[in-house]
Design a binder for this molecule. Structure first.
Ligand code: DPP
Ligand code: ZN
Length: 873
């Protein structure tokens, strides 16, 4: 298949200014009549043929300006419809097609979810509804008439404002929606079904009243209130923080249970995976509440960053995604704890994006080539894309950043833009030259920054030598130097920052490293300070430094930057774990760093009042973190053992404070999902996890007791999760009980699947296979697939990477089966192979042969084929 290249972008030969869609719903034969107002693009060539995209469509008829076209006037292929000689001026093309929503298992285009009709068009799903110029730089005004049986589809929704409803005879009715804002086809949406609704309203900054509606399955209305509150909070925040007001009379969210992604920002009609809408104290954890708030915000923020200003082409995906992730991160930081949010985002970035960047699927934030765009909704485009925006703000400062955003909204409203146009706004308002900064978009790989320091007591100087290097990635052997914002402090004995003076002038606190080697000489330094580097994680880089364990333990106590206090403890732990792995592989016992227990023990001190932050201090680096730090010849079993060893030693050293904290943090009073209460629960569970380390009886008993007496879903699920790590009778009893209690609630069964699939126990794969055969599992539902198979493949390092290769073979089998119905979700599962090349030789061979088995299959989807080929390249 021919790849798509950024360098080959050309504007569309034709434009479509207006779309009138008439959709007559039927389970197997929905009739779509599209009236398209088309004209040649003045920027395009003369006499071009008109080639529309289409997929799985059944063409019934075609007319130009009311005159029927004969089939031989058209060239129809499985992926296109071409008019060889279209009119030279504006014309109206009317196409009638039939689509089969019930047969649509890909969940792209128009499909059915639990009986309701819904759509997913990003990136290229609209072409599965009608023939179209299905590309983001073709912006049209849509009017949509939906007709369906009143009994089955009392609710008929599309983008924009409702303009008309009425009976259509034969028990059918219709609704007409008009969206005045020109938009690309990927933002089109239609929903029809029998749904419950929760309603509210928001008065915007200019005093307009916007109706708010959250649609859910009947009977789940009481689980929609948190989503509704999150919508209002998001609307207010975007007005206050970015001056962005909502622009339609109604804003709607619909929760559906079959959905490929998390949620979708269709104009005025966001469609959500129900997992990210539904919450009640009885059914949702603190994590669910936080995710819902963040994802509602993310999709809402797209209304300006994505919808009002969209992407010129899919290479610019980060223009809307990186920026919108940045915006939702800022929102959460304002709603909850800024340091805790930063720490958890950095954990996520490292565990997924750094892993991607270090393996065969690495690509730039703005890729230059793709075979299947669905495979580029990645941690690199999203999370690293957000880091790039954060660095931009760090480098030019908050005022210039806000001014640049204002200019961007002002100048580009209603347009389909590129990264260059976006960055130019910030160059203009700040006077900075951004040409080197643009490399963050085009150069893949995680830069490694090595920092060496020297104190000269005679000259009273402290010198930092920083070297940067970005390793090769697929297609990019040689890398240029990046502009890397280094936020730093030089910390004095008492924990205060000494003034930064360079060349006689005040410097910092952010220094841009722009060359491969940078020397910075700080003056007037009376004593050797301890450098605190990359405060608040000021750049998405890997840091190597000559900081000693003493330096780090000092920073853990004294640094004014909360991120680096956390990072210091993590770095000490990580160094210990890497040494522990090496020891185990040489047949020695790991040695311990007793001061690590002291640093972690402080998290459980009764004087520590920020429990959410303390819980982050207490959480050790993950097995994946250790694997990445080791980098090659990785043995997942040794990593698991070293980490278990450390946890058991922390349990021994901290037995009393852990038990005391667990008791002190016991739930009192009614459940509230707010950040402070969630933080207390998180710290309590961190204590419990350590108390039960190694399957210690008293810890397991505590966990079992918490499971049984839990007054909220967070405690119950987290206690079950702790129990699930150890092969005990309590584990089995609790798992059994959970299924009994919640077997009718698919979202809770997902948690039950995930917990079992993630357990580092030798029979986990067998259990996953038997759960797949249970009636609770449904291969057609992406949430079920992700919580059982995705959790096993991507969240269980020892069992997926079983030394006998069974885990790899299992995943290859599942992907083969799923590829026939839902290639997008199948390709997503294969992400578990992103680190296969860093494994020790035996596992590497087995992983490679599983991938090769897939590569040899006669019929692979574009989605899976692309991942397999890149993984093996
Ligand atoms: N719905 C996905 C997101 O918001 C893709 N746009 O990130
Ligand atoms: Zn998004």
């Amino acid at each position: 298949p021919r790849p798509v290249r950024l360098a080959e972008y050309r504007p569309s030969d034709f434009l479509i200014d207006a779309v009138h869609l008439d959709v007559s719903l039927d389970p197997e034969a929905t009739r779509v009549t599209a009236r398209l107002a088309i004209r040649p693009n003045p920027l395009g060539p003369e006499n071009a043929a008109l080639k529309l995209d289409g997929e799985d469509l059944n063409l019934v008829s075609a007319e130009i300006d009311g005159a029927p076209l004969r089939v031989d006037d058209l060239d129809v292929t499985p992926s296109s419809l071409t008019l060889p000689n279209p009119p030279r001026g504006p014309f109206e093309l009317t196409l009638t097609t039939l689509v089969d929503p019930s047969a649509n298992t890909r969940l792209m285009g128009l499909y059915r979810s639990n009986g309701a009709y819904c759509t997913q068009c990003e990136a290229e799903g609209f072409r599965r509804i009608t023939y179209f110029l299905d590309r983001p730089d073709v912006l049209a005004v849509y009017t949509t008439r939906i007709e369906g049986p009143e009994a089955e589809t009392p609710i008929l929704l599309s983008n924009g404002n409702l303009v008309e409803t009425g009976p259509a005879g034969d028990g059918r009715h219709f609704a007409v929606w008009h969206d005045p804002h020109p938009k690309p086809s990927y933002l089109f949406a239609l929903v029809a079904g029998d749904l419950g609704v929760v309603e509210d309203a928001f008065v915007t900054m200019s005093g307009r009243r916007v109706a708010l509606k959250v649609f859910v399955e009947h009977g789940k209305e009481d689980r929609a209130h948190h989503a509704m509150e999150s919508i209002k909070a998001s609307m207010r925040w975007d007005e206050e923080t970015f001056g962005r007001e909502y622009d339609l009379d109604v804003f709607m969210v619909v929760a559906v249970s079959y959905f490929n992604m998390g949620a979708m920002e269709n104009k005025g009609l966001n469609v959500f995976n129900d997992k990210y809408v539904l919450a009640s104290p009885e059914t949702a954890t603190d994590g669910d509440y936080a995710n819902i708030e963040a994802i509602i915000a993310h999709e809402y923020f797209h209304n300006w960053t994505g919808n009002r200003i969209t992407c010129r082409d899919w290479f610019q995906l980060c223009l809307k995604e990186g920026l919108t992730v940045f915006r939702d991160q800022e929102f959460t930081s304002d709603m909850r704890s800024r340091p805790v949010k930063r720490i958890s985002d950095v954990r996520g970035l490292r565990s997924v994006q750094f892993a991607e960047d270090a393996g065969p699927l690495a690509h730039p934030v703005r890729p230059q080539i793709y075979h299947e765009i669905n495979n580029f909704y990645t941690p690199t485009v999203y999370e690293k894309g957000a880091e790039v925006i954060r660095m931009l703000k760090t480098l030019i400062g908050p005022e210039a950043f806000r001014a640049g955003m204002d200019l961007y909204f002002d100048r580009h409203d209603g347009q389909a833009c590129t990264i260059e146009q976006f960055i130019a706004c910030f160059a203009e308002v700040s006077g900075h030259d951004m040409s080197q900064f643009l490399r963050w978009y085009d150069q893949a790989g995680t830069p490694e920054v090595d920092i060496r320091t020297a104190y000269d007591p005679d000259r009273k100087t402290f010198t930092i030598d920083a070297t940067q290097k970005t390793p090769p990635t697929p297609g990019q052997q040689f890398k240029q130097a990046m502009v890397i914002p280094l936020a730093l402090g030089l910390v004095d004995e008492d924990g205060s920052d000494i003034p930064l003076v360079v060349g006689g002038a005040h410097a910092g606190p952010v220094i841009a490293l722009t060359a491969e080697n940078t020397r910075i000489v700080f003056e007037n330094v009376e004593r050797r300070p301890v450098p605190s580097l990359f405060r608040n994680f000021s750049a998405p880089v890997k840091l190597r430094s000559d900081q000693t364990v003493e330096d780090l333990l000092f920073l853990a106590r004294k640094d004014s930057d909360p991120f680096n206090r956390w990072q210091a403890v993590q770095t000490v732990a990580l160094r210990g774990l890497v040494a522990g792995v090496a020891a185990l592989r040489e047949g020695r016992e790991p040695t311990e760093e007793p001061r690590l227990a002291e640093a972690i023990g402080r998290a459980f001190d009764p004087a520590e009042t920020d429990c959410a932050y303390a819980a982050q201090i207490a959480a050790l680096p993950s097995e994946g973190d250790v694997a990445r730090e080791i980098g090659e010849d990785v043995d997942p079993d040794a990593i698991h053992s070293a980490r278990s060893y450390l946890k058991a030693s922390l349990r021994q050293r901290l037995a009393e404070p852990l038990a005391a904290a667990f008791d002190r943090l016991a739930e009192r009073g009614p459940y509230s999902p707010d950040a402070a209460a969630a933080g207390r629960r998180a710290l309590k569970i961190a204590a419990l996890d350590l108390l039960a380390a190694g399957g210690e009886r008293s810890g397991v008993e505590r966990a079992f007791d918490l499971y049984k007496t839990a007054s909220n879903m967070t405690d119950r699920v987290m206690a079950l999760q702790v129990l699930s790590l150890h092969a005990t009778a309590e584990r089995e009893e609790a798992l059994e009980d959970f299924a009994q209690r919640y077997g009718t609630d698919p979202l809770l069964i997902d948690k039950w699947f995930l917990i079992q699939a993630s357990a580092p126990l030798p029979d986990t794969l067998d259990r996953v296979q038997s759960l797949m055969a249970s009636p609770l599992f449904d291969m057609k539902n992406p949430n079920r697939v992700r919580s059982l198979i995705g959790a096993f493949a991507s969240g269980n390092p020892t069992q997926f990477n079983k030394a006998d290769g069974r885990g790899y073979g299992f995943l290859a089998d599942v992907v083969t089966e799923l590829d026939a119905t839902n290639p997008q979700v199948a390709a997503r599962l294969l992400g578990a192979f992103r680190t296969w090349r860093s494994l020790e030789p035996q596992r590497r061979r087995l992983a490679e042969s599983a991938l090769q088995r897939l590569a040899a299959l006669p019929r692979l989807s574009a989605d899976v084929g692309d991942i397999v080929r890149r993984a093996l390249a």
